[in-house]
Design a protein around this ligand. Structure first.
Ligand code: F6P
Length: 320
């Protein structure tokens, strides 16, 4: 049984990271285990920016977006010397295990640290992209999808008023989950994702036909990994007679108070991670499969590419 653990958030922030870190901290303290918070991701490990936490340190944060611990993408961590220094800084404080909440890149950094030093590590998938292999869900994806739906609803109002086509670009890195789920939920006419080929020429022909039959607006949601809203909007404007605009939602998608789903799931994952690492488990990532918490091998999680559920693409085609 471990006596002292640490928790950090890393990579792009996501709504629910606070709920997750709170659950790790409170579960550890409940079990009588010392817990440290590391500020600003792997930077904090290297700069010795960490502190021993109490219950009150995670009060009043479950409802907040962002991460109270701070986060970063850390170039120094990519070098073995950086990782050895981080390990030394943990050992010097008697910290015996580490919980890393972050996306693909952050979990990759955790996987390397574990392989090189043998330090017990548990990962938790924290990213709006929902692109971590082995889990149906990543912390923050639900809030981000809801933010996108809000944008789609507003864009539809103005698109309909002007009989326009509007192309909305959303985040997701190289994954189309956010575009696909928010596009389906928001009733978008076209959803373009990196996992599926699309044909702009035939899209334009279909759009013109629809307009001739009286359609008032068209919404196209494009995942950033599948193309840019500007390029696609320009193509549509040049190849149809439809008045077209584009919009890039950007970092608005990363912020905001987490939804119920993100708060509860993040708390469940945080609790399981704390219990696992305290009991000496290592090299696992906790996620969800069909609604239940599951553990995935950390190295498998970072070495495999998650696929977009083909049923989503089928549903989008049926509902169009
Ligand atoms: O991984 C989360 C994410 O928001 C991606 O969707 C996006 O591609 C990227 O981070 C943006 O990164 P940054 O905040 O560093 O510009």
């Amino acid at each position: 049984m471990l006596k002292s653990i640490a928790v950090m958030t890393s990579g792009g922030d996501s709504p629910g990271m606070n709920a997750c870190a709170r659950a790790v901290v409170r579960t550890a303290l409940y079990e009588g285990v010392e817990v440290w918070g590391i500020n600003n991701g792997y930077h904090g490990l290297l700069d010795e920016d960490m502190y021993q936490m109490e219950r009150k340190d995670v009060g009043d944060i479950i409802q907040r977006g962002g991460t109270f611990l701070g986060t970063a993408r850390c170039k120094r961590w990519e070098k073995p010397e950086g990782r050895m220094l981080g390990y030394k800084n943990l050992v010097d404080r008697g910290i015996q295990g580490l919980v890393v909440i972050g996306g693909d890149g952050s979990l990759r950094g955790a996987s390397l640290l574990s392989k090189e030093t043998g330090l017990p590590i548990v990962g938790l998938p924290g990213t709006i992209d929902n692109d971590v292999w082995g889990t149906d869900y990543t912390i923050g994806c639900d809030t981000a999808a809801n933010t996108i739906i809000d944008a789609i609803n507003k864009l539809r109002d103005t698109a309909s008023a002007h009989r326009r086509c509007i192309v909305l670009e959303v985040m997701g890195h190289r994954c189309g989950w956010l575009a696909m789920t928010a596009g389906i939920a928001g009733g978008a006419e076209y959803i373009l994702v990196p996992e599926e080929e699309y044909d702009l020429e035939s899209m334009c022909k279909d759009m013109e036909e629809a307009y001739k039959k009286g359609k008032r607006y068209i919404l196209v949601v494009v995942a950033e990994g599948a193309g840019s809203a500007k390029d696609i909007g320009t193509y549509i404007a040049e190849h149809t007679n439809i008045d077209t605009r584009y919009s890039v939602l950007g970092h608005i998608q990363r912020g905001g108070s987490p939804t119920v789903i993100d708060r509860v799931k993040a708390s469940q994952l945080g609790e399981q991670a704390a219990l696992a690492i305290i009991s000496g488990l290592s090299d696992v990532v906790f996620g969800f499969n069909k609604g239940h918490v599951v553990s995935i091998n950390l190295h498998d999680a970072v070495n495999n590419k998650k696929k977009l559920d083909p049923e989503y693409a089928h549903l989008a085609r049926v509902l169009f």
